[in-house]
Design a protein around this ligand. Sequence first.
Ligand SMILES: [Zn+2]
Ligand SMILES: [Zn+2]
Length: 111
Amino acid sequence: MDNITASELAGFGVGALLFCATIAAPKIDSLISASQRSSLGMCKRCGDLRRIACSRCKGVGLIKAGGPFNLSMVDDINQSFGGGETKLGSTACTNCQARGHMSCPDCSKPP
Ligand SMILES: [Zn+2]
Ligand SMILES: [Zn+2]
């Protein structure tokens, strides 16, 4: 079984190369953009904003109360206790202290 020609072998090689390039392309792309940022002296995570949007409240700072815990009965209890911390059915995000963003963990730590 020695009937595989050089051109066939080359075709296999190119095919494998293209296959690898297709798979690796997104990774290489992200790698380049990350290295571009770092080469520019920018933070890879926040782009030098030094803060990132809170993932819990989506940068709003408030979490809309909802689901099984948002019963009107709870509101009534809150109101009878003098309002409490809730306003308009939203609670302050405890993840970011209602700021909507947090300081970038990459920037806050020493390089
Ligand atoms: Zn938050
Ligand atoms: Zn950062």
